[in-house]
Design a protein around this ligand. Structure first.
Ligand SMILES: C[S@@+](CC[C@H](N)C(=O)[O-])C[C@H]1O[C@@H](n2cnc3c(N)ncnc32)[C@H](O)[C@@H]1O
Length: 292
């Protein structure tokens, strides 16, 4: 007979191990549902991200979690996706891309649009995580369009992960999210507030500008068609690294369906479109232009 301590150690050991069969099942679910491709090297990530869920459910191992999962509805799928997707982000990540946006892309787009009746610029943060990217885009657009008041802008912010999207909508950010933020932005657009998190008090930065109304938040799976069209600029950064060639192709096709001819696509600096078929032409590392 095991005593309580031995029992607990045995339980922890079970939830720190996953068989190839169970890992492959989770890998297949993630791939089919999100396009995210979990290589065998991601076993430890799967264990670390799901361990708390197994404990909450009193599942002694991944086999029993998968049995539970198969009996459950879409709610458990959402919990699984939210746990496994990687959501690292911060404001003005890859600052050179934001400089390129303000100094070259936005001026070029308004020059083309000045003869057109539609004077709205649409920007889409397509894997927006907790919101640092779409708020950075809204700030960059605001700083530019306040000098060009004839134009309006909308920033669409979407992600598959419902938990990070809910965080994004709150507009409350930890100090570490500002590590690359240009000076003055934090003071102009944010206010320091104290919140209670469980039993702890913590300081957060709250986005206080009414330009938040220009951001449209929507849950969206990149494998599915996006419901808004005529997008001028897409930021799809640091998401395609988690996809394989096949799922990446589907994502890019969906983006091609909603971006305007000569629209701009920004990827993460380690991401490329070399392995997919597309009408995007590379301009510089991480920046693509849609051909007609
Ligand atoms: C590392 S974050 C990137 C955040 C931000 N774009 C940046 O560069 O800082 C990757 C995001 O992709 C999202 N994601 C993964 N698969 C997705 C899918 N099929 N559809 C939409 N979003 C997805 C994740 O939920 C995660 O928030």
């Amino acid at each position: 007979m095991l005593n309580d301590v031995q029992q607990r150690i045995a339980e922890i050991a079970m939830t720190t191990f996953i068989t190839d069969k169970d890992f492959n099942e989770i890998k297949d679910i993630m791939y089919q549902q999100t396009g995210v491709f979990l290589k065998p090297s991601k076993k430890n990530l799967v264990i670390a991200r799901l361990r708390t869920r197994l404990r909450e459910l009193d599942c002694p191992n991944f086999k029993s979690y998968l049995e539970f999962f198969k009996k459950k509805d879409a709610a458990e799928l959402e919990i699984l996706i939210n746990a496994i997707t990687t959501n690292e982000t911060f404001f003005f990540r890859h600052p050179k891309q934001f400089n390129f946006l303000s100094d070259y892309v936005l001026p070029e787009i308004i020059e083309k649009k000045k003869i057109l009746p539609r004077r709205e610029i649409r920007v889409w943060s397509a894997a927006c995580s907790t919101g640092e990217e779409p708020y950075s885009l809204a700030v960059a657009c605001e700083e530019f369009f306040k000098k060009h008041p004839a134009y309006q802008y909308t920033v669409f912010a979407s992600d598959i992960n419902s938990a990070v999207l809910a965080e994004a909508q709150k507009g409350m950010f930890p100090e570490r999210s500002f590590r690359e933020t240009p000076s003055g932005i934090q003071q102009r657009y944010f206010k320091r507030v104290e919140i209670i998190d469980g039993r702890r008090r913590k300081e957060m930065m709250k986005f206080t500008s009414d330009i938040k109304d220009n951001i449209v938040f929507i849950q969206n799976n990149l494998l599915h068609p996006f419901p808004f069209k005529n997008i001028d600029i897409v930021f799809l950064r640091n998401a395609l690294i988690y996809f394989n060639e096949e799922s990446k192709q589907k994502v890019i096709n969906n983006i091609e369906n909603v971006i305007v001819p000569k629209g701009y696509l920004f990827l993460g600096l380690s991401e490329t479109l070399f392995d997919v078929k597309s009408t995007f032409e590379i301009l510089q590392t991480g920046t693509y232009l849609k051909q007609d």
